[in-house]
Every structure is written in C-alpha cells, then in structure tokens.
Design a protein around this ligand. Structure first.
Ligand code: G1P
Length: 306
C-alpha cells in the first residue's frame, strides 16, 4: 500500500499546552496529562489509542513549562537497568511501553490562543503527502477505544473530515462544539450523519442538535487553510470548531460518527475521579478490593447523611 492510499491516520495531534488550572495545586509541578488513571498517565492512554488507530507520529503541542510530557516518552537507562537486574520485567515493560508505542514530536505553543491555534501549529509536523491527520484531546477518554478506526472507515467512504460525536442531554450542550446534521440518507450507516454546520458552545436554546464533539477528529489537510482565515471566536480564542464550520460552508464534506460508548472527562477532578474508579474496578489486581472498599465508603457516607 502506498502512503497516499492508506486509509489509517499517520499523525495524531495532541493539544497539551493548557495550564490545568482546574487541577491546581497539583499542576504547579505536574502537567495534568501526566496524572495517572490507576497507574498510567492520560497521555499514554492517548498514545496507545493513536497507535492502535495506525498512527506513527504523535505531535504534542506543549507549553514551554511542560517539558515533562516529552520526557515521559524518553528512555530511562538507570531505572531500566535496575529493574532488569532485579528481574522486575513487568515493571520494565511498563517503563518502556510509552517510547515503544509511537514517535512523539514536540511543538511549542507559547501563548494560549485556543484549540484552533494549537492545531494550526502542527502543520509543520505533517509530511507533504499527508492528506489528513488526527486530533485527539487528552482530556477526553472515549471508550471502548476504536472510534478512530471507525472514523477512518467513514472517511474512506465519504472523504473529507470525520469527527466523533456523543449525544448529550440538552442542559450539557453548552460545554461543547455542537453539530447541525442532515437526516440520514437511505443506505447510510446508522452511526453516521453528514454535518451541515457546527457551533462552539451555544446556549441550549440555540443548539442545533444534541450531537456534540468529543475530542476525536480526523481532519482533511484543508483545515489548515481554514484555520488561517478564522478570527477569534468564543472566549476570544481561535476555535477549531469555527474552522470546521468554514470548511462546511465552503462545501467540504464533514461527517460525524455517533459513538454510543462511554466517555470520561479527565480535564477536571469531577471527571477524573470517576475515570480512576472505572478503570480501577476493571483492574485485575485492584478491582475486587476496590469494589469492596467503595461499597464500604458509600455505606459510611450514607450513614453520615442519614
Ligand atoms: C473543546 C472544543 C469543543 C469540544 C470539546 C470536547 O472544548 O472546543 O468543541 O466539544 O473540546 O471535549 P474545551 O473542552 O477544550 O473547552
């Protein structure tokens, strides 16, 4: 297969330059992307998902004071040697895993000008013949993984750009980019809709649907041209949503894959804690004990409030 004809993504962009204010004080010294879900940082879960989707390169948009994210993907010769000498091969595998998954490249964003700006910086990381690329927001854990592969299939069929959507209740739409969609055509897959518009964080009354963008994008290279044209939008930031809306208005095909799995928002403690509980309960070692401990804690809290 030539590089051009392959349908899987080659580069995934991971915007990770945010200040992590919702996780202060921890984020004074630890980037939020390195906070562990059980024992594995969110950035490694993203790298794993990107590699599973076929990507070879992870273009990480970092801030000057967040070098630890790239260090995480390096080798640790001293630690590896000690673990090897002690026969701790399971731990050794864990230490090496991130570096083996994917090739990371760092791109610095020195000013927080928005998601659209962050993505635009990664154009330099793509090869000339790369017609499309992925964007994965590390705050969003989309489960079960595999939605990027489904999005690649949809792009192979319809061309253009493909985004992941969840259906959320009306009172939650204002937290997201919201899609205006066409009714499905006969023969269209049940989980796919063509998009006729996209709006960033509308008021519930103005939201065109309950389908919202959730951190997984497969974007045609054309989006870089649109990103050069947009002006600051919601919150005074350059919004990726506005570039996608512009593409749609220019006639570029944009589709969504409606993902009916579950999702965790690692961007704030209220979403991070349930993610840890969810992953912890599924963990072969910690799961059974955690289940008992959680039941006890819940009972204690219930008796406190009785
Ligand atoms: C960003 C995007 C938004 C999208 C959301 C998904 O918003 O701008 O369109 O729906 O991610 O998590 P943020 O959560 O960074 O404010």
């Amino acid at each position: 297969m030539t590089q051009q004809s392959r349908s899987s993504v080659r580069t995934v962009i991971v915007p990770a330059a945010g200040m992590g204010t919702r996780f202060l004080p921890a984020t004074k010294t630890v980037p939020k992307e390195l906070l562990p879900v059980v024992d594995t940082p969110g950035i490694e879960l993203i790298a794993e998902e990107a590699a599973q989707a076929g990507a070879e390169k992870l273009a990480v948009i970092t801030a000057p004071n967040k070098q630890e994210i790239m260090e995480y993907f390096q080798s640790f010769p001293g630690l590896e040697k000690t673990l090897e000498e002690r026969g701790r091969f399971e731990q050794l595998h864990k230490v090496r895993h991130a570096a083996e998954l994917i090739h990371p490249v760092a791109i610095e964003q020195d000013q927080p000008l928005g998601l659209g700006h962050a993505v635009s910086l990664a154009e330099q990381a793509l090869a000339e013949d790369e017609e499309f690329f992925g964007v994965m927001l590390p705050d969003d854990l989309v489960l079960p993984s595999g939605v990027m592969e489904r999005m690649s299939q949809v792009r192979a069929r319809y061309g253009g750009s493909v985004l992941c959507a969840f259906e959320v209740p009306e009172d939650e739409v204002s937290n997201y980019g919201v899609f205006d969609v066409y009714d499905p055509e006969p023969g269209d897959p049940e989980d796919v809709r063509r998009v006729k518009g996209m709006v960033e964080k509308p008021e519930p009354a103005e939201a065109p649907s309950n389908f919202v963008a959730t951190g997984r994008y497969l974007l045609d290279r054309e989006v870089f041209t649109a990103l050069r044209k947009i002006t600051p939008g919601k919150g005074g930031e350059l919004q990726l949503t506005d570039a996608i809306e512009l593409l749609i208005q220019e006639g570029h095909p944009v589709h969504i894959v409606i993902h009916r799995g579950k999702r965790h928002d690692l961007g704030n403690p209220g979403g991070y804690i349930p993610a840890c509980v969810d992953f912890g309960l599924s963990h072969p070692v910690y799961g059974p004990l955690l289940r008992r401990t959680l039941s006890r804690i819940l009972a204690e809290h219930e008796s406190d409030t009785a």
